[in-house]
Design a protein around this ligand. Sequence first.
Ligand SMILES: Nc1ncnc2c1ncn2[C@@H]1O[C@H](COP(=O)(O)OP(=O)(O)OP(=O)(O)O)[C@@H](O)[C@H]1O
Ligand SMILES: [Mg+2]
Length: 221
Amino acid sequence: MPVVECRNVWKIYEPKVPALRGINLKVDSGEFISIVGPSGCGKSTLLNLMGCLDVPTRGRVLIGGCDTRKLGDAELSRLRREKIGFVFQFFNLIPALTVLENVVLPTVFSGRKDPKKAKKLLEAVGLGSKLRRKPAELSGGERQRVAIARALVNDPEVVLADEPTGNLDSETGAAILDLLSSLNRETGVTLVLITHDPEVAKRAERIIYMKDGKIVREVRK
Ligand SMILES: Nc1ncnc2c1ncn2[C@@H]1O[C@H](COP(=O)(O)OP(=O)(O)OP(=O)(O)O)[C@@H](O)[C@H]1O
Ligand SMILES: [Mg+2]
């Protein structure tokens, strides 16, 4: 069963911007896929729908076979918390919290506070010596590694990453990409990555090309 499935998904922003026009996409467990396409083609809109941060205007999004239209707000936020990890271009860390606190936070929300797990993940991404720093005291690459540890702390089934290397220099970006792809290989976490960069996209097993709100081509390695 796919981890995430989009069935004829449309998103029309008011008044009438058709950002997605009939997306059909199945992402299987353990896959690493990338989504590419020109600015404004609907990549972030699609990722937000796959992560249940937003709802389609038409069509459905299924997570682990479950039709998300049937879920209420509380159930949706639980599903997001437990099954989905997000990584964004601008990191979205909480500035007032330390590195460790930022990664612990999702475990607090899920009612299973787990500083040990958070620390272990931060060590795994090479930040074991910077647990008490604040995000502002880190480099961009380090901030993104904190965000990756945070995305993984609740053992999600899928990590959705929107231009995770978009705000980093190419060397740091390559290191972040290595980290994400090794996590995919070693832990089996499903990875969906949006990028502008064809070289980045090629790292995935499957590349989805979008244009004007549609999937226009799909390439499997
Ligand atoms: N909240 C919104 N309200 C209205 N229109 C929106 C909203 N968010 C996005 N759009 C429009 O929907 C279309 C798709 O936007 P989206 O952010 O998904 O593109 P994208 O492929 O991620 O682009 P980029 O590569 O620049 O990030 C664009 O035309 C955009 O202007
Ligand atoms: Mg975008």
